[in-house]
Design a protein around this ligand. Structure first.
Ligand SMILES: Cc1cc2nc3c(=O)[nH]c(=O)nc-3n(C[C@H](O)[C@H](O)[C@H](O)COP(=O)(O)OP(=O)(O)OC[C@H]3O[C@@H](n4cnc5c(N)ncnc54)[C@H](O)[C@@H]3O)c2cc1C
Length: 502
């Protein structure tokens, strides 16, 4: 008889676990508290615009080198079939007060030449960076099975494969983005490399990302986040899976240290042979399981490891085409004439993403703009206790952002016809992610090589998937860990794991 699996959460981790579960003959049901799939990979409609809240680039969007192992997973999940992928020339652009611009091109030769022209004084370090990116284009990290299933021969093969890159891993993996940026003497390059990614992030990941962009294997999917989420939801439903929306799991039912089902917020109970939680890690471990299945290692993660700071996410619908502006994956940053305080933090720069690469997000001739700003959860938690103040703060932020953007794009203020502000509270309310984070654990040099386990000590028939068991998070972490959970389940049941492509 087929075994049953309950999956908590229809984000990428949960949907992937569901798809691979169905492919392998398990009867799966996903319980999702929201009324739509995707979790953090989402979008919302406002006044004819689609505020897209996730997708910048999808690693593995095309076959080829550099993390190319991910591409087959997206095909198995039905994420890419029939999609239009855009590979942009520019990753990021930053301007200084004099209007001089540095563009982080995705073509590594062009990027090298541009940096050399801008900062001949940094030529040695520029070459070190670009050489590393070129080397990393040949790296293909294995994602075919979970580290838990690696035997000694797999380990040796991996070591052999990684040998040419061990130097890069050691050098750049141990260096934060801030450390890397401080190697540049040129002030604009220094600022740019610090701002392009989170300063505490391990720098090897930006170099790897640039390698995949150079190879055009980290593209943008036209239609954005929800289109991608709906594609995987469709694959899951086509495979015979079931999703129960508006179904918040309150507790994971445990009998004799074995997960046997879930209890929803309304008190109803559902039982299964296995439970996979692809919901927030902290809530899973400390609330749904009452903190009964942890050890010092896991307690240490949640006590000591930094997470991606939560976001204030401003969406603007602008009656302007922005045809004259090049398409830039991550956005355009510019310095403010004088610092402004937003949500209690002083800001000297503003970075805006002009979604002129995706006409589906706005009515014809108009454009969606988004501004992502890191913020802090306690500030918003306090504010939320007084709804009038909370709303006033959101309005104030929209006013400030429009005003600042009008300085860079004169006339913009009068063209804004939609304003929307999401806060760390919004992200927390809609996805349950701890402290409102949008990507889980920050990949700092300290945890670059850390392998988080996908099970909990002492708890049988239970697995975890999603960004809380894969430092660095992101959409690939969902696809990989959902697959890993089912691979581990198949191994336990003595079944050969299979994956199919629709
Ligand atoms: C602004 C932004 C930009 C991003 N850019 C990129 C990018 O360019 N590329 C990239 O790869 N990644 C990006 N990410 C990160 C990426 O979206 C996430 O890392 C990824 O979607 C996490 O997937 P997940 O399945 O682990 O978790 P989630 O998406 O958080 O899914 C968890 C699901 O569980 C549900 N849930 C939680 N608690 C319960 C409960 N008790 N009962 C039932 N259901 C529950 C939630 O509603 C949610 O649907 C971005 C994210 C944001 C917000």
């Amino acid at each position: 008889m087929e075994k049953s699996v309950i999956i908590i959460g229809a984000g990428f981790g949960g949907l992937a676990a569901g798809c691979y579960g169905q492919m392998n003959g398990y009867l799966t049901t996903i319980f999702e508290m929201h009324d739509k799939p995707g979790g953090l990979c989402t979008a919302w409609q406002r006044k004819g615009y689609t505020v897209d809240s996730c997708l910048h680039w999808l690693m593995g969007s095309s076959p080829g080198g550099g993390m190319s192992g991910l591409h087959p997973l997206w095909m198995e999940l039905g994420a890419l079939q029939g999609q239009q992928v855009v590979d942009m020339d520019r990753f990021y652009q930053i301007e200084d007060a004099s209007g001089k611009a540095f563009t982080m091109y995705t073509d590594i030769d062009r990027l090298e030449q541009h940096m050399m022209e801008l900062a001949p004084e940094d030529s040695r370090f520029i070459r070190q960076c670009t050489r590393a990116v070129r080397r990393l284009t040949r790296l293909s990290l294995p994602v075919d099975k979970p580290p838990e299933m690696y035997g000694p021969i797999d380990g040796l093969k991996l070591l052999f494969k990684m040998l040419p890159y061990l130097g890069d891993m050691r050098k750049w993996g141990g260096m934060t983005m801030k450390d890397l940026a401080l190697h540049f003497k040129n002030p604009l390059l220094r600022e740019a490399w610090q701002q392009v990614w989170i300063p505490e992030f391990s720098s090897v990941f930006i170099l790897m990302t640039l390698a995949t962009m150079h190879l055009k294997t980290s593209g943008y999917i036209v239609g954005g986040s929800m289109k991608l989420s709906r594609a995987i939801e469709k694959r899951y439903l086509d495979l015979g899976g079931q999703i129960k929306y508006k179904s918040r799991v309150a507790k994971i039912l445990v009998e004799n240290d074995r997960a046997v089902g879930v209890r929803l917020g309304d008190g109803s109970e559902f039982r299964a042979d296995y439970v996979i939680s692809a919901a927030d890690g902290h809530a899973t471990i400390f609330d749904m399981l009452d903190g009964k299945y942890v050890d010092d290692r896991i307690r240490g993660y949640y006590r000591d490891f930094p997470i991606f700071a939560p976001l204030i996410y401003v969406g603007l619908g602008v009656n302007r085409s922005f045809e004259d502006l090049p398409q830039i994956i991550s956005g355009l940053a510019f310095p403010l004439e004088k610092p402004v305080t937003i949500a209690g933090d002083e800001r000297k720069w503003l970075s805006v993403r002009v979604h002129n690469f995706d006409p589906t997000l706005a009515p014809a001739g108009k454009t969606l703009l988004t501004v992502m700003m890191e913020s802090n959860f306690p500030y918003w938690e306090t504010l939320r206790r007084d709804m009038a103040r909370y709303r006033a703060e959101k309005d104030q932020i929209a006013d400030t952002v429009v005003d600042l953007l009008d300085g860079r794009f004169p006339g913009l203020a009068s063209q804004v016809e939609m304003r929307d502000v999401a806060t760390p509270i919004t992200f927390h309310r809609y996805t349950g992610n701890w402290q409102g984070t949008y990507e889980g654990w920050l990949m700092t040099p300290r945890i670059v090589t850390l392998n988080m386990k996908r099970t909990l000590p002492g708890l049988d028939s239970f697995y975890m998937a999603g960004q809380w068991v894969q430092p660095g998070g992101g959409l690939p972490s969902g696809a990989m860990t959902g697959r890993y959970a089912i691979q581990m389940m198949c191994k336990r049941d003595g079944k050969r794991f299979v994956a199919t492509v629709p």
